[in-house]
Write a protein that binds this ligand. Structure first.
Ligand SMILES: Cc1cc2nc3c(=O)[nH]c(=O)nc-3n(C[C@H](O)[C@H](O)[C@H](O)COP(=O)(O)OP(=O)(O)OC[C@H]3O[C@@H](n4cnc5c(N)ncnc54)[C@H](O)[C@@H]3O)c2cc1C
Length: 477
């Protein structure tokens, strides 16, 4: 399915080979450059997949490469240099399809599904429904399946906005129905194209990724069920794990895109007046924050190790990375003047395509609110050590006690970095924060998480202090 020669290459050679194929189809000098504002020609995409594009996501026992988080992120980053849809398709097929499939499905099903990915058009992950809120996924999900007397499964689901809709299959999230009762836990089902009626969604951008309303109904073999856990009460935790991993890996896509923005803006800028240089610096500061998050994920995550202890970190990575990639793209578009409004200009394409990164995999406002929730609860490590938290603590007291936040010279040094931020987090108790303030508190904490991880970079530190002060203004408004 994958060219065997690429599996034994060193990471450098492996990435170099992929780069040649990306250059061939998406590079500036490509002879027949693919228009990424249209559907992606599946035969060309398949050719790149055969060169191992998805091999870092695939366990070695199924023909993938030796697990390496750095290599996996480098593939997403490289793909981001060629366009938002290029990295998003890689992310969908790798993180939303191959990783859950190979982690949770039985061997026979994995072996049945992989050829669809490596010899066909692949598939997508179907979670969001038009009739329930996407951000309250687990509670409100309406899709269900039930076991039939003949041993098969009947599934009924209405999903929308799935990346890779209209391709060979969807992994559909649904609850089991027993009689009239819907279980709370969620599992995945492999549903082939023949059971899906799709109505394409006319998206503003990301046409190369193909979106649709997917109506799924019919009988499928029981072997198509992918149980997220044999123990029903653990299913929801596994379902959450799936998001934790993909939100952490998200940084590979956004970091590649923010670098793409930087490369393009420096290439097209004609006037080097002072204010333009100032705005370029704004883009670069966001790129520097993104790099901190990129390095954090490379160092602390591994494709073959659990990530269930990293919910707060995953929400920070996803929300900050997408917010800054979007902002950087918008600044770049402005700097292009009229050119930035031309349809098909690389920067205007990026601005159009990057916006939903702030929406999917959990809208950022919700994620920032959750960051505060996770910060004000005991972490898994604390729970294991029997530590409990007092809601009467100030944010500062909690910040000092939480080992997920680090500071180069000790967390007390925050006062020297910014007295204003230090004073602010000393005023409020965890119990003072209402649902609206939670979103801003989450933003402040997310940036503090990055601030403490900056080494010898006074510019980025200054940038983040300013950003946090803006969030404090919003909080106090
Ligand atoms: C381009 C694109 C690709 C997508 N890809 C997929 C895919 O591959 N598979 C899939 O299943 N789905 C996909 N989706 C769907 C996506 O995951 C959902 O749109 C997303 O989870 C948000 O759900 P919603 O649209 O129902 O918004 P809602 O949940 O209605 O949220 C709308 C807004 O309400 C606010 N809000 C909601 N909850 C909170 C909260 N708790 N705290 C503060 N504010 C809040 C936020 O401002 C949020 O932006 C995609 C969507 C897009 C646009």
């Amino acid at each position: 399915m994958i060219n065997k020669d690429v599996i034994s290459l060193s990471t450098k050679e492996f990435l170099g080979n992929l780069k040649n194929f990306f250059d061939k189809y998406f590079g500036d000098d490509a002879q027949k450059k693919i228009d990424l504002m249209e559907y992606l020609p599946e035969d060309k995409w398949l050719e790149i997949k055969k060169q191992g594009l998805l091999a870092p996501f695939l366990p070695a026992e199924y023909g993938g490469r030796t697990p390496s988080q750095k290599e996996l992120l480098e593939v997403l980053r490289l793909a981001g240099h060629y366009g938002v849809p290029v990295t998003l398709r890689t992310g969908i097929e790798g993180a939303l399809v191959i990783q859950p499939l190979t982690k949770y499905a039985k061997k026979e099903l994995i072996e049945k599904v992989l050829p669809f990915i490596f010899e066909g058009e692949g598939g997508g992950l179907a979670i969001t429904e038009p009739d329930s809120s996407g951000s309250a996924i687990a509670k409100e999900m309406l899709s269900y399946y039930e076991f039939l007397e003949n041993g098969n499964i009947y599934i009924k689901a209405k999903k929308y906005w799935q990346g890779n809709s209209q391709s060979d299959f969807l992994l559909v999230a649904a609850k089991e129905k027993k009689g009239e009762k819907m279980e709370k836990s969620i599992n995945l089902l492999f549903v082939p194209r023949k059971n899906i009626k799709f109505t394409p969604i006319k998206s503003e951008g990301l046409k190369a990724v193909r979106y649709a309303v997917n109506e799924i109904e019919g009988e499928i073999p029981a072997e198509n069920l992918i149980l997220l856990s044999e123990v029903p009460r653990k299913n929801l935790r596994e379902f959450q794990d799936l998001f934790i991993r993909s939100r952490l890996q998200f940084i590979g896509m956004t970091h590649g895109i923010i670098e793409n923005v930087h490369n393009n803006v420096t290439k097209y800028i004609r006037n080097k007046i002072d204010f333009i240089m100032h705005e370029l610096h704004e883009i670069d500061s966001r790129r520097a924050v993104s790099k901190v998050l990129y390095d954090f994920v490379c160092k602390t995550v591994s494709p073959d190790k659990p990530v269930n202890d990293k919910l707060m970190e995953a929400n920070i990575v996803k929300a900050v990375a997408s917010e800054y990639a979007y902002e950087a793209a918008r600044i770049a578009q402005k700097l292009m003047g009229a050119k930035g409004y031309e349809s098909g200009h690389p920067i205007s394409n990026i601005v159009l395509d990057i916006r939903p990164f702030t929406i999917f995999e959990g809208p950022n406002d919700m994620l920032f609110a959750e960051v505060f929730d996770q910060f004000s609860k005991t972490s898994i490590e604390e729970k294991n050590n029997g530590i409990t938290l007092n809601k009467g603590m100030t944010i500062y007291e909690r910040f000092i006690s939480d080992s997920r936040f680090v500071f180069e010279n000790g967390k007390e040094s925050l006062k020297a970095v910014s007295e204003n931020i230090y004073n602010f987090i000393n005023i409020y108790k965890l119990s003072d924060i209402n649902p609206v303030k939670k979103v801003f508190a989450g933003k402040i904490l997310s940036k503090l998480f990055v601030l403490g991880r900056i080494h010898n970079d006074a510019y980025t530190e200054k940038f983040l202090v300013r950003e946090i002060n803006k969030d404090i203004l919003d909080f106090n408004y």
